[in-house]
Design a protein around this ligand. Structure first.
Ligand code: MF3
Ligand code: CO
Length: 248
């Protein structure tokens, strides 16, 4: 069942989303060559608490940190560590926050110092794919219109969309129905109705779409060890179109 949220519930998700956005902005500033991902973890933890939120990922299915920091060939779920960022890296940062009873979730990928042209294009295409998906999150569209618009755009740029992880509904739980694959034919699945809340999150690989999970049980890397990027927003389907609830 896909839940439709009231305006009041949507404002609560927006409050959580605001904290997600502020935290990502802060991390963007601190993510420089020499900074460790553990330091980013601490900064995020302080920022989320300061604004009255709760980190949503910590202990979720046993996940050991407040945020995910996924470097280069890491697709998602990178665990903050003592590793320092270095010039040329790309870093995906994923933040989830709970306020009162509601969750919001967003991710960005940023470059550290000068990065390769491939890395730049990969990041740009992934972010644009997210916005193309969001554009389809409106009444009159069906769920898979989001999926298809993302896949078509990514593949027309020569990259691939990850199959093993998908976007999701979000609200009183971090993952609610429906699942939102970043691939598939258009015009399938449920019709998008006002009040539906979605976390849309394309994960895009420079090489093939295949991923594998490292020994720690979390870190997902590209099987061919090529770069991967990830952008995510929590959005509300509104009468007039999508509203981004995790906007900066
Ligand atoms: N945005 C990711 C997701 O929706 C983050 C989850 S990290 C986890 O699955 F640690 F909480 F699993
Ligand atoms: Co998510």
């Amino acid at each position: 069942m896909i839940i439709r949220r009231s305006d009041e519930e949507i404002s609560e998700i927006r409050s959580a989303g605001k904290i997600v956005a502020l935290t990502l902005e802060k991390l963007k500033k601190y993510a420089k060559a020499g900074t460790t991902t553990k330091e980013l973890e601490e900064i995020a933890s302080d920022e989320i608490l300061m604004h009255g939120g709760q980190a949503a990922f910590k202990n979720y299915k046993g996940y050991p940190a407040n945020i995910c920091t996924s470097l280069n060939e890491v697709v998602v779920h990178g665990i903050p560590s003592d590793r320092s960022l270095k010039e040329g890296d790309i870093l995906s940062i994923d933040v989830g926050v709970k306020v009162k009873n509601f969750y919001a979730d967003a991710a960005i990928t940023i470059g550290i110092g000068r990065i390769s042209d491939t890395a730049k294009t990969l990041m740009k295409v992934t972010e644009e794919a997210l916005y193309r998906g969001i554009e389809n999150a409106r009444p009159g569209k069906r769920l898979s219109d989001i999926s298809a618009s993302i896949q078509t755009f990514v593949e027309s740029n020569g990259f691939s969309v990850v199959r093993a992880f998908v976007g999701h509904g979000i609200g009183e739980k971090i993952h609610e129905e429906p699942e939102i694959p970043n691939f598939g034919a258009p015009d399938k699945g449920p019709s998008l109705e006002p009040g539906v809340i979605l976390a849309i999150e394309p994960m895009v690989n420079a090489g093939t779409f295949e991923v594998e999970i490292l020994e720690d049980g979390w870190t997902a890397v590209t099987k061919d060890r090529t770069l991967s990027a990830h952008f995510e927003h929590t959005i509300a389907v509104r009468e007039n179109g999508p509203e981004i609830l995790t906007a900066a």
